[in-house]
Write a protein that binds this ligand. Structure first.
Ligand SMILES: [Zn+2]
Length: 488
């Protein structure tokens, strides 16, 4: 239907001679007639009819419970069960979907609502696997989806079957109630995000033609703050740091512990680690981080309020910079960081080993070069006998711009739905699947209309993970309206 409209548009731009004019006019009339006829039962009535929200909100709560009962603890994942559940729902609503079982029990699912192609697609990305749960530490069965005190309990309620469910509801609502779409809306459910990203890596390696032309992607990663029942902060993840994990190995003369070797492997390694601990990596203020401090400044007491509001200026003061560096929640935003994590040396107290190792969990800011960092680190270690190796698949530091139609829409809608809220950008210290899709040139935002208290956040990868029924009901409408508005 909308295809004809654009066809008509292009025809009027071409030169019309007298000879072609009459047949053209006839075709045009026919087209218009067809458009009118087609629009009456479908487009017009669907657009003007009020949506029966309670019906869809009840459906959302019911489907949320069903989805949480599908056990996709990873390992082993078994996401094929989740794809079966989702496919059944898509089938019930006449939405085409395709499942890819890339290895036994491990599968991704993609569903698509076609637009007229005048805008590039938007992807609703959600991982279907969840981390394991220790039932003995939970108040309720983590896979029973029991409703208690207004919340639905279940592993994955927040990470991230809750958002996946809202994305599913958006597909249903667009199909049943939505306007004609200008862009394809793609639902992509993936396997294995919690362990190795196998699902997304497989899709990108084998099926990227299905989605790589997308303009936007929405997935997990945002961080919203609910306080005393009010949404205080809506955080959109626009950038993620890159894990750049390293192993240091020192070697030296072995021997008996009773006769010390001053430059033994362990001693050399400890000296190197001390130099690393004393190294203050340079402060770098990214635009998204500067924006974050400005956005949250009004929530701070003085003098922090003014210091955050002028963060670039404030950081020039070494005392202030030092104080910020000592705060866990701010330090990682401002620099590349290093945590010394794994350590190993001798297995026996009286044996000086010939090798000692430690692993560094290095996280680089977006825009940083791992090679440059390695050069600086090597200089800090200042011991050419210590071997430095990379130990992970490098995930490049990544970010998406904020001067986009989607970001503005999310911000505007958030303020409409939650007057007084602050919308801000987030740099994640960890990483989500966004980093894989940003590499394809897709603008990816970690955001969802799920608002949680810090106490509820503890359920993520912890015990008693839950999502409030209110979030499921209201989130259904909030996500739908944003995807609808960006897609028409
Ligand atoms: Zn997750």
């Amino acid at each position: 239907m909308s295809g004809m409209v654009s066809h008509k548009g292009t025809r009027t731009d071409t030169k019309i001679t007298k000879k072609t004019f009459v047949p053209f006019l006839l075709t045009l009339r026919l087209c218009v007639k067809l458009i009118v006829v087609l629009m009456l039962p479908l487009g017009v009535s669907a657009q003007t009819r009020a949506i029966d929200w309670p019906k869809y909100q009840d459906m959302a709560v019911d489907l949320m419970q069903q989805y949480l009962r599908v056990n996709t603890s990873n390992p082993p994942g078994n996401e094929i069960e989740a794809t079966r559940f989702l496919k059944k729902v898509f089938d019930q609503h006449g939405i085409e979907s395709e499942t890819f079982e890339y290895k036994p029990g491990r599968a991704n699912i993609i569903a698509r609502l076609k637009g007229n192609g005048s805008k590039r697609p938007i992807i609703l990305l959600n991982h279907m696997d969840v981390v394991t749960a220790e039932p003995a530490s939970w108040e309720v069965d983590p896979f029973a989806a029991i409703v208690k005190n207004g919340s639905i309990y279940g592993r994955g309620a927040l990470d991230m079957k809750g958002e996946g469910l809202l994305q599913l509801m958006t597909m249903i609502l667009l199909k049943e109630e939505g306007p004609p779409l200008a862009r394809d809306v793609i639902f992509l459910g993936t396997a294995d995000e919690e362990v190795n990203d196998e699902g997304s890596l497989w899709m990108i390696a084998n099926k990227s033609s299905l989605f790589k032309d997308a303009e936007y992607l929405i997935t997990e990663g945002g961080d919203n703050l609910l306080e005393n029942g009010a949404v205080k902060i809506v955080g959109v993840d626009v950038a993620e740091k890159a894990p750049f994990w390293l192993r240091l190995t020192a070697t030296g003369l072995p021997g008996h512990g009773s006769r010390p070797v001053s430059d033994s492997a362990t001693n050399r390694l400890i000296r190197a680690m001390n130099r690393i601990l004393d190294w203050e990596t340079p402060v770098k203020l990214l635009p998204a981080v500067e924006q974050f401090f400005k956005d949250v400044a009004p929530l701070q007491p003085e003098p922090l309020r003014s210091e955050f509001a002028n963060i670039r200026q404030s950081l020039i003061d070494p005392v202030f910079a030092k104080a910020m560096g000592s705060q866990r929640e701010f330090n990682f935003l401002l620099r590349n960081t290093i945590s010394i994590t794994m350590l190993s040396g001798s297995k026996q107290t009286n044996v000086i080993p010939n090798a000692a190792t430690c692993n560094l969990d290095v996280r680089l800011l977006p825009g940083e070069s791992p090679e440059e960092f390695l050069k600086s680190l090597t200089a800090v270690i200042a011991d050419p006998t210590i071997k430095i190796e990379r130990v992970n698949r490098f995930k490049p530091p990544n970010s998406s711009p904020t001067n986009t139609e989607l970001f503005s829409l999310i911000a505007r809608k958030a303020k409409e739905n939650h007057p007084g809220t602050i919308v801000t950008t987030k740099l994640l210290s960890g990483y989500t699947e966004s980093q894989l899709y940003r590499q394809l040139g897709i603008v990816a935002y970690g955001w969802s209309p799920i608002y949680t208290t810090p106490e509820e956040d503890e359920g993520v990868h912890g015990n008693n993970e839950r999502i409030s029924v209110k979030n499921v009901r209201e989130g259904t409408r909030e996500l739908y309206e944003i995807v609808r508005d960006i897609s028409r």
